[in-house]
Structure formats: structure tokens, C-alpha cells
Design a protein around this ligand. Sequence first.
Ligand SMILES: C[S@@+](CC[C@H](N)C(=O)[O-])C[C@H]1O[C@@H](n2cnc3c(N)ncnc32)[C@H](O)[C@@H]1O
Length: 228
Amino acid sequence: MNPMPAPRHTKETLNPAAGVPRPLTLAQRSNLLYPTAWGYAAWRARSLTWLTGQPFSLEREAALFTVLCRPRPGQRWLDAGTSTGFYAGVLTQAGCEVVAADLSAPMLAAARRRVRAPGVDWLLTNLEASGLPDASFDGVTVGAALNETRDPARLLAELERVLRPGGTLWLMYLARTGGPLQAALSRPALGGLTFPDPAWVARQLPGCVRTHGLRLGAAVFERYGRGE
Ligand SMILES: C[S@@+](CC[C@H](N)C(=O)[O-])C[C@H]1O[C@@H](n2cnc3c(N)ncnc32)[C@H](O)[C@@H]1O
């Protein structure tokens, strides 16, 4: 019997495992290790400079997010895949209430040490099936969790579901380049990462409209607004 052809989206996302209900990707499992969590903030501070090929500090990323998404005091935001809490910290400085969620307990422990501001609920969950209520957030930030999650279509559907009408979705991810390194890292044994096309991401968010997009190298920054 011929094997089932790979669905179109796996080609577009360069992740042959996407859409297959299986355990965590290797990249996700690597985040369950304490050494990964200890080293993550140092990597994060430099990663966008390496990945965009130009100076790109965390301050610049925070400014880009703040200008485009305008988080306001009293708003309730979800930081999806918070790791060591970068976006959670930016949001608390803007006066927001934040649910900072991650499936890695070591990452959440590191985040709690880094971001000591009140107004953050740290939540250990897999956001592909979190059970968070519908339309319960004014905004959602996703800093690169899309690249690591097992099923990015499912994650995006879930994040759209929890966003209220009129709410804001901020995505930062590495988009598909078609290069050999991405092809290797997308193999399950080498990470199981996903590198989505921006057009594919947009199709997973039928209730949202992309209002802003910036691509620097492989790094993509996008703001979506949820339809009223
Ligand atoms: C590249 S790191 C994200 C860093 C962080 N958002 C930032 O901007 O610095 C990806 C994080 O997402 C988490 N993650 C991946 N898939 C997830 C899922 N399905 N549910 C919850 N967290 C997830 C990982 O544990 C990891 O901490």
C-alpha cells in the first residue's frame, strides 16, 4: 500500500511531524532540562542579532512590540511559551496583567527569578490544549514558540480562540527559508522544529487580520488583530 502523501502544510512549514499527534518535539523536550533554562536568557539576548544579521537588542524588540501593539495598563495578556519571561516582563512594565505560560517547569522557575513584578500568573501547560477560556485575553504574545511546538496549526487555533474580539496577537518566529540548516532542524531526530511561511500562518488565523509585518533575515515580527 502506498504511504499517505504528506499534507501540504508540512511542506510549507518544513516540519514533517507537524499535524501528527505524538509526544513533544525534541526541541520542546530540550526545554525541560535545567541547563537549557539556565542558559536561555543569555542566548535570547543575542539570538536576534545573529538571526537577523544586524544589531537587534532586546530593547529594540520590546520597542517594536510596544509601538505596534500598544499594551495598556489593566489589560490581560497571555505570553505563550514565555521561557524566561521576556515578553511577560515587557507587559508588566506596561501595567498589564499577564498569564505567562510554558510547558517547561525549569523555564518557568527561571522566569520567576528574572521577572519579579507583581501581576504575573505563571502557568505550566501545553498551550496546544490548555483549556483556557474562550476570548479571555486582550492580547497574546508568541515569541518563537511557534517554531518549537509539535503542531503549530493547533497552537495558532488555540491562541485565536482565547483572544477576545478586537484583541491583539503578536508573533515573532523564524520563517521558512528553504535552506539546508532549517531542513535538518525540522527533522524529528534533530529538533522537530517548524519554520512556517507567513502566508501559511495567516491561513491558520481566519478570525484575525494581519495589520503589520516585518521580516529581517529569517526573523518575522507580525501583529494581528482579532475581528470584532
Ligand atoms: C524559543 S522559546 C520562547 C522564548 C520566549 N517566548 C521569548 O520570547 O523569549 C520557546 C518556548 O516555548 C515553550 N513551548 C513550546 N511549545 C509549547 C507549547 N505547546 N505550550 C507551551 N509552551 C511551549 C518552550 O518550552 C520554550 O520555553
